[in-house]
Each structure stands twice: as structure tokens, then as C-alpha cells.
Design a protein around this ligand. Structure first.
Ligand SMILES: [Zn+2]
Length: 385
């Protein structure tokens, strides 16, 4: 049987299990059935984007079942196929072809991509190759030029791919029985729910108040990504083009010039590179304009829920303890959140809090558990039954 797995991405950039399916074949009908079942789990909330391998049956099923979802073919999957598709027909020319193909994948303009594609196909004489036709027919789904404006939440990174591979290795072995497989899926799903990244101190790298504010809101993973953009934004110059438009260019590179539009009325910033629309992290060009406009905090709307420290995207309703709305729970969350923000102000504070909390955790874990206490704290009190 064939195994299909749906993954999501958590606020630490790690893959987590959304669901999996066993199919007897790879027909459009089977994929449609699987997608319909998946949509029932999502209670009708269709995903913005779905990333898959290249498969015509799956493509047709997605077009029918998820008409409002952008279908993206994983670029790593396309690149992994190149050798088996082209190394034989191209022989010694293959490595040169591969280098040019990889450059072409990252072009940001559709017109440039199509021109370069035609040039590549003509130069290597592969116009009649069926895989060239296949790739071109799927072009709306894999080159950067076509998918740049769609939200992918950093699912094309090497780290994310590695976390998916790790998950698959944990649930699959060549001689797994059905029973073992289901047990492994259950174990792996629970591990991914509780496998939170170890708290780490993230030092400030600029003197911009924007950075310190972002650190108190974003998860360490997302803050790290934004911080890199903030550091680099200082290497960019701005030219006022009037009406809220700015040309932003690197101080010594000619290429990569971007147009940023700033709308003060509702604090909107749009960059022609579309990094925010693609990843949910503001780009260096937009950040450069925010700094220019004397912003000391990034507008709230540019901190998407999925990248926040307190994001609950990973936990479904079924996994949230029923007493999570209790006053006690709210006070606890507020306290820990304040403690975290305060501890990030200096390395000394962070080290102190980390050391003390580790000790408290050890003490709590070693405390005896009495039945009365467990009953009082249990989400469903037995007296209510
Ligand atoms: Zn940009």
C-alpha cells in the first residue's frame, strides 16, 4: 500500500503531523477521497497552500477538491529528479545543465524565467524530452518566479525538509506490520506535539528598538529569521520616489533593487520582493523603510500568529486541556510570559532565570502525587459525571 502524510510547520520551523493515509493506488479518485477525508479533519478550512511531489493524479485531485488552495511542487523534489531524468541524455553536459537549471529556479520574474527556459532547452537540445514538457506544464507550481507571492511559511528550507525526513524515519521501517506502524504514528505524533525547542538566549545584534520588541513577541526561530533581515537592512540605501514609494538598494550591489510602498494611514508596507507574503517575515527592504520612518516597533499586523512565541497552531482543540481558560491557567501563562520577556533583557537575567527554573522543575518533578490533588486538578472532575 502507499503511504501519504500531511505535515504542517510549527512556530519553531519544525514539521508536525497533521494526518496520514494509506492508499491502494495513485489515481485521481484515490487522491480525491484522501483530500476529502483530510478536509473533514480541517472542518472545511482549506489550506492557503499545499506543497506536494510531482504527480498528475494528485494535481488533478487538488484542483478539484481544493480549488482555492495554491498547489506548489516542492523544489527539492524537482531537483532530486534531475539526475534520473537528464544525466543519461545529456552525458558530460549534465553538470552544466544542472547548474543553469538551479539558477533558473530562483529567477524572480516570470518573463525572465520563460526566456531563460527557452534558451536552456534550445542550448541543450532537449525540446522533445518528455520531462521537459512535464516540468514546463507544471511551471505555475515550482519556479520561484511563479510562487513568490504565495504563503509557504518557510517550508522550503533545508531544516524543514530534514525534520520531515526525521519524522518519516521514526514511523517507518522496512518490516513494519500494520499494528506497529499505527503505534509508531501515535508515538511520533505525541512526540512532535511535546517536542518544544529548548529555550535559548538570543542576543540583540543591532541597537534598533525594533529588534528588542520583536524578540519579546516572536518565537526564537522566527526572531532569528527577522534578526538576520534587520542586520542586513542597515546595508541598504533608500531613495524617496514620492507618494510613499521608496527604491531600496544595496550600498554596493547593482542587482536586487526593490520598490517599497509605505501607506501611513493603516501602517502598511509592501515590497516588490514579496518576502512577507511568502514567508510571514518582513524583508530587509521593508524594515529599512520602517527604520527610515522612525518606527521603534514593527506594526502588530506584521507579527503573524504562526510565528509568535505563544502560537497555539500546533495544538488542536482536542489537545488543549479543558481547564486552559481557568483563571489559574491564565495567571500562570501571564506570569511565565512576563518572566520570559523580562529575562531576555540581559544575558545575566536570562542565565539566572534559566538556572532557577531548571531547579524548580526538578523539585516539582520529584514531588509526590496524591490522588486527591490529581482529582482536583483533573480537567473533568469525577464529581461532575
Ligand atoms: Zn523586500
Amino acid at each position: 500500500m502507499l503511504l501519504g502524510v500531511w505535515f504542517g510547520i510549527d512556530n519553531q520551523g519544525k514539521a508536525f503531523l497533521l494526518g496520514c493515509v494509506l492508499l491502494q493506488d495513485e489515481t485521481t479518485q484515490s487522491f480525491s477521497w484522501a483530500l476529502q477525508a483530510f478536509m473533514q479533519f480541517l472542518r472545511g478550512n482549506h489550506p492557503q497552500t499545499i506543497v506536494t511531489d510531482i504527480d498528475s493524479g494528485l494535481r488533478d485531485a487538488i484542483a478539484t477538491e481544493l480549488p482555492n488552495t495554491k498547489h506548489v511542487i516542492c523544489i527539492w523534489h524537482v531537483l532530486s529528479k534531475l539526475s534520473s531524468w537528464f544525466s543519461l541524455p545529456l552525458g558530460l553536459q549534465y553538470s552544466e545543465f544542472k547548474s543553469e537549471f538551479e539558477l533558473l529556479c530562483h529567477l524572480e520574474n516570470i518573463e525572465d524565467f520563460e526566456n531563460q527556459w527557452n534558451h536552456l532547452v534550445a542550448r541543450f537540445g532537449i525540446g522533445a524530452d518528455k520531462h521537459v514538457a512535464l516540468l514546463f506544464s507544471y511551471r505555475a507550481s515550482w519556479p520561484v518566479a511563479y510562487i513568490r507571492g504565495y504563503f509557504l511559511a518557510r517550508t522550503m528550507t533545508v531544516d524543514y525538509m530534514k525534520s520531515m525526513d526525521k519524522f518519516m524515519k521514526n514511523i517507518l521501517s522496512p518490516h513494519s506490520s500494520f499494528k506497529t506502524f499505527f503505534e509508531q504514528v501515535s508515538v511520533a505524533a505525541n512526540v512532535s506535539f511535546h517536542n518544544k525547542e529548548r529555550l535559548s538566549y538570543l542576543p540583540i545584534k543591532t541597537c534598533l528598538p525594533l529588534e528588542e520588541h520583536a524578540r519579546s513577541i516572536l518565537s526564537p526561530y522566527a526572531f532569528n529569521a527577522l534578526q538576520q533581515e534587520l542586520v542586513l537592512c542597515m546595508q541598504y540605501a533608500t531613495t524617496d520616489m514620492a507618494n510613499g514609494s521608496y527604491l531600496v538598494r544595496h550600498y554596493n550591489k547593482l542587482e536586487g533593487e526593490c520598490l517599497v510602498i509605505w501607506i501611513p494611514d493603516n501602517e502598511q508596507v509592501h515590497c516588490s520582493c514579496k518576502e512577507y507574503e511568502h514567508s510571514g517575515i518582513l524583508c530587509r527592504h521593508s524594515l529599512r523603510v520602517l527604520v527610515l520612518k522612525n518606527y521603534f516597533q514593527i506594526p502588530e499586523k506584521y507579527y503573524p500568529l504562526r510565528w509568535r512565541m505563544d502560537s497555539s497552531l500546533v495544538l488542536s482543540d482536542d489537545h488543549i486541556p479543558q481547564d486552559s481558560n481557568d483563571e489559574c491557567s491564565e495567571t500562570f501563562h501571564s506570569l511565565t510570559s512576563t518572566l520570559y520577556s523580562e529575562s531576555l533583557i540581559s544575558k545575566e537575567r536570562f542565565s539566572y532565570v534559566h538556572r532557577e527554573l531548571t531547579q524548580i522543575l526538578d523539585i516539582v518533578r520529584n514531588m509526590p502525587v496524591f490522588n486527591e490533588t490529581a482529582l482536583e486538578l483533573a480537567p473533568n472532575n469525577a464529581n461532575e459525571l
